[in-house]
Design a protein. Sequence first.
Length: 273
Amino acid sequence: MLAPTQLVKEVYDYRELLVALTYRDIRVKYKQAVMGFLWAFCIPVLSIAAGVVVQAAMAFLQHRSLNMQQVGSVMVRSMPWSMFVGVLSGTANGILGGMGLASRIYFPRQVIPLASVLGTLFDLSISAVVVIVLLLAIPDSPLILSWNLLLVPVFLLLLLMMALGLGLIFGSANVFFRDVKYILNVILQFGIFFTPVYLFIDQLGKLGRVVIWNPVAPLLEGIASVTVGRNGVAGIESGMWPFILYSAAIAISVLYVGMATFRRTENLFAEVM
């Protein structure tokens, strides 16, 4: 596998192609859609609304009222989860989709998954604006402004690394076995039930002890803890740090394995295509 500096140099040399592919992915996503670019704003709102409905149903069954902290927690969890799913599925599907171009002209193959990632990050930036506006607009805003907010980019970066690594693994396998994308879709569809997006760890009872080992879970819990906190206090509980470090180790390991898998199999892609 190439050294990181060599990988960066290759991508930089083909930066114009990277920008062009990213723009193409963004344009294709919203092309011929009735609402067009407005979907970039509607999708995060619909995702948040689904989570609020789930929390409202839980509050009703438990004979309690729905508070703004729970609403805010759903908001700040749904955005990174959407980013994780978008990067993972976009990378996995983008590798196969870009092989047609790669078979005709030479360019560093890592440009293809990177273009998918940048397209997803474009959507993430819009989702982030929507979430921030909603958090500031709702009455009794649960957003807590503190130095703890500096941890949010770190947690998002770890989620991005994990999603990219998994995307490279699934995407490389998808080139050789086309049913991999269907398996991935099933995993992602059911994955939300084993991830604290709409239901939180402390609401899952004994099941929470299992869900917390999902490497995505501690990062989502961490993002919620430093943004909306609990009982008006923001920060990471001491008992959560080991799980966050566990997620960080998984993210680094998965990214390394994903990059190694992609580099070892990319020379075979043209033969399969």
